[in-house]
Ligand binder design. Structure first.
Ligand SMILES: [Zn+2]
Length: 73
């Protein structure tokens, strides 16, 4: 499903969120980038979601937006 087992593991543990941006309803998105992958961190009100374009573990491109941007080059 994902690029590497570390990311799979992080999603399973709830440290990482994978899914549509508009489905996030228990926190706020910190940075507005086009991605479906977010680092999830507890904050004073719910959670903070940090969008990421690359896997922090293996470095591969994750987001659909980035794939499209790279295709246009
Ligand atoms: Zn990875």
């Amino acid at each position: 499903m994902t690029c590497c087992e570390h990311l799979d593991d992080a999603i399973e543990r709830g440290a990482f969120y994978f899914g549509a941006k508009h489905r996030i309803d228990d926190g706020r998105i910190v940075n507005d980038i086009s991605t479906e992958y977010f680092i999830k961190a507890a904050s004073s009100r719910g959670f903070d979601y940090y969008g990421v374009n690359y896997c922090p573990f293996c470095g591969r491109a994750l987001s659909v937006g980035l794939w499209q941007a790279e295709k246009k080059k």
